[in-house]
Unconditional design. Structure first.
Lengths: 265, 413
């Protein structure tokens, strides 16, 4: 089973790498544009196929452990890059996205998780899939927003303005915030059914609330027409809070009693 | 040309005044907390809290509508103060997200400042109250006059106001009790987290049966001296099933037979038994390098039957009970007025009865499948419908936000 993951991950990374290479060459040789896209897109398809296969093998949605969420992330984030290219004709974001996807698969390759079919009763709920997938889509959009913002910051430092880039980071953050809100509320509705109360300030809840506040703050700052150049810094850094929420919480002193640590079960 | 930068407190107020005001409020909150030697905010129960909340809402609405042109009120309901308060709430939540929210020594600075109970501390309460004021004012200006184009703003902000205020003002009315019951017995006593003396509840619960389903047992290879468990070659958790194989370096194991419910029989061969009494048995073939293959029956054991493991060189192979897959209690709940209902309680499937929600919480974990006790949690939250109304308004606002956002991106491209 692990062999299959290694193969799938390497094939996906190879697709993204070759696809990126062809896309870069395609700047001079337009005929390569389509093969480049097909290869890059194929990388995500390979991951999507693997997730489906893994789901069948596990008899449960592969959404329980952090490693499993990274699979979804790796499959989804390049798609945001392709969408941005299609929508705003901005090409560079997809390279960052594919690199990020390869990075996340790399973590899984270096730290293979135990293949475990069990799913604790608290996770056996119709809320499980919508809650985690909505969050994954939110995280993917906000990661792309943060990458775009970082790119904008680096342009600023080199005294180049890019208004299109700033509007991309803004819209990605806006869409990401919407998904984050749904994830948060789905989580609360589920918690009421599983644990008896919709909000208990569990460390993961607290950090999810913090991430939500960070983007709530961003949207209001943007609405108040604070200098968009300064807000790129804010967007680039907000993602750090999200990463703490996603991976870091387990390592914090406050997490000793968290109900959200499933990976060490 | 001389550029006059705005001095502090010169109207219209903006970020600097807001930041200063917020900082003073938070510091004042901590000062109150310290002065009360760490005692958090005590809030009234129904109906007083509902009355206070209604009064608060009315006050904000009348101030917002009565003085909407006043500079100070404009500032109080504006984005700069809102942003500073969001920042303050985030900062206080950050404390709650890092400092463990558990009991600490009463005299310590952490306890005196309420850092270990930040979400019921004075600075947090003050920040939330000011935030509700700020949010409420901005809302009042969009509510009157009512316009369709403000629908998304109103749904999101009013939803947030309702959910937040009702969750906080309603928290004293949340009742949670844990009710442990033995099989075949009835109980109307509930325990809270705070006290060891049980309280009588307005209903009783009779436990007919408790049952627990497990995942198949797991096959393990371990060193009896060090206790180390070795990972199987493919790094998979080996759940027992007839016909599977597992391998470690120099060792291969085949599962020839698997009886999920059996009891020891003659000559060490187990015999199938009923679900209640039976325990898992597996017949395995052990293939060690340079030795003839051997076949053996092993079992997880139970409180009545000894565990049986198989030797493999200097190591041992054993099966351990699987993790719980589902557990449920069949109960009859009777109210004081004589109403009755029979129900099955299961994790993620609570049951409503007489304004209370009944949850399957736990069981005697040492006894596992043979637990004679089921732990039920009962919860009453009269404010839940209001909080949910807020949640659904936020989600509706969000859908519109998404829709408008997508539409606007089309305009931007």
């Amino acid at each position: 089973m692990i062999v299959n993951f290694t193969t799938a991950a390497i094939v996906a990374i190879a697709c993204w790498a070759l696809g990126s290479l062809l896309s870069i060459i395609a700047r001079h040789t337009p005929a390569l544009k389509l093969p480049g896209f097909i290869l890059s897109f194929g990388g995500s398809l390979v991951m999507a196929g693997f997730i489906a296969f893994y789901w069948l093998l596990l008899d449960r949605p592969p959404l329980r452990t952090l490693g499993e969420t990274r699979l979804w992330y790796a499959a989804l984030i390049p798609l945001v890059g392709f969408l941005v290219e299609y929508r705003w004709k901005i090409e560079w974001l997809k390279y960052y996205c594919m690199a990020l996807a390869a990075f996340f698969l790399g973590i899984n390759l270096l730290h293979p998780e135990v293949f475990d079919k069990t799913l604790m009763p608290a996770l056996q709920s119709p809320w499980f899939i919508p809650h985690v997938i909505v969050y994954m889509v939110g995280y993917v959009l906000l990661a792309a927003s943060s990458v775009t913002a970082l790119h904008n910051v680096s342009l600023q430092l080199r005294h180049k303005e890019d208004n299109a880039g700033e509007s991309v980071s803004h819209y990605l953050a806006l869409l990401g915030f919407v998904f984050l809100s749904f994830g948060l509320i789905f989580g609360a509705l589920w918690a009421k059914e599983a644990w008896g109360h919709y909000w208990t300030w569990d460390p993961k809840e607290t950090w999810a609330f913090l991430s939500w506040l960070a983007y709530l703050g961003y949207l209001h700052a943007w609405r108040y027409k604070i200098d968009s150049a300064k807000l790129q810094w804010y967007l680039a850094l907000s993602f750090v809070v999200l990463l703490v929420c996603w991976f870091g919480v387990n390592y914090l002193p406050s997490a000793q009693n968290s109900v959200h640590t499933y990976s060490q079960s | 040309m001389v550029v006059h930068s705005r001095r502090l407190f010169q109207t219209p107020w903006e970020f600097r005044e807001s930041a200063l005001f917020t900082a003073v409020a938070v510091i004042a909150g901590f000062a109150v907390q310290y002065a009360l030697s760490g005692h958090g905010v005590a809030m009234p129960h129904l109906p007083v809290n509902a009355f206070v909340l209604a009064l608060f809402a009315l006050l904000i609405l009348s101030i917002g509508l009565g003085f909407r042109e006043a500079q100070a009120i404009k500032w109080f309901g504006g984005i700069p103060l809102g942003l500073c308060l969001i920042f303050a709430i985030a900062l206080l939540s950050l404390i709650g997200g890092v400092v463990p929210q558990v009991e600490v020594a009463p005299g310590s600075l952490t306890a005196l400042l309420g850092l270990n109970r930040i979400f019921s501390s004075w600075p947090f309460a003050l920040a939330i109250l000011l935030f509700l004021g700020n949010l409420g004012l901005s809302l009042s200006w969009r509510l009157v006059p009512l316009r369709l184009k403000n629908l998304q703003f109103i749904l999101f902000h009013a939803g947030f106001w309702i959910a937040l205020s009702c969750a906080i003002f309603g928290s004293p009315d949340l009742q949670r009790f844990v009710v442990p019951i033995e099989k075949g017995k009835v109980s109307n006593l509930g325990y809270t987290m705070e006290s060891e003396t049980p309280q009588p509840l307005p209903f009783s619960i009779f436990l007919h049966d408790f049952s627990l389903e497990e995942y198949p047992p797991q096959l393990l290879l371990y060193d009896p001296h060090s206790g180390i468990i070795f990972d199987e070659r493919s790094k998979a958790a080996v759940l027992i099933r007839k016909g599977i194989t597992a391998s470690w370096s120099g060792l291969d194991v085949q599962v020839l037979d698997y009886l999920p419910y059996a009891l020891p029989g003659k000559n060490g061969v187990p015999e199938p038994a009923d679900r209640k009494a039976g325990i898992p048995f597996a017949k395995i073939r052990i293939i060690l390098a340079k030795t003839a293959p051997r076949e053996e029956w092993i079992t997880t054991g139970s409180p009545m039957v000894d565990t049986r493991d198989a030797q493999a060189g200097s190591l041992y192979l054993g099966i351990r009970p699987g993790t719980p897959k589902a557990f449920r209690s069949t109960v009859t709940i009777s109210s004081e007025r004589g109403e009755q209902t029979k129900a099955t309680l299961e994790v993620n499937h609570p049951v409503n009865f007489d304004g209370w929600k009944f949850y399957q919480m736990g069981y005697d974990q040492k006894a596992g499948r043979w637990s004679q006790v089921s732990v039920i949690e009962v919860i009453r939250d009269p404010w839940l419908p209001a909080v949910y109304l807020g949640f659904f308004m936020i989600m509706a606002g969000n859908l519109l936000f998404f829709w408008n956002g997508v539409k606007r991106t089309e305009g931007a491209s």
